[in-house]
Design a protein. Structure first.
Length: 92
């Protein structure tokens, strides 16, 4: 008697169950490769570009605000020094 014949009834259902498992694993591997190498990198690079643009805008706004604050301080210093000199001239 052939040694494979008693195992054959168990191998047919086992093979039938392994086919969907192999298909699922192959699909999963394909999806993971797409995530790693392609599809998601484009989205991330677009997001990074948008974030860089926003950071650039924020830097520009901070520079404008710093200049405006510096101008206000210099105007206040001029006004303060002018009022002091006016007070000294009135008394003198």
């Amino acid at each position: 008697m052939n040694p494979i014949v008693p195992i054959l009834p168990f191998m047919i259902p086992l093979t039938a169950l392994l086919i969907p498992v192999i298909i699922i694993l192959t699909k999963h591997q394909r999806d993971m490769a797409e995530i790693i190498h392609g599809g998601r990198n484009n989205v991330n690079s677009e997001e990074v570009a948008q974030l860089r643009a926003e950071v650039g805008e924020l830097r520009s706004l901070i520079n404008q605000q710093s200049i405006a604050i510096d101008n206000l301080i210099s105007i206040q210093e001029k006004a303060a020094s002018a009022s002091i000199s006016e007070r000294l001239e009135v008394r003198g």
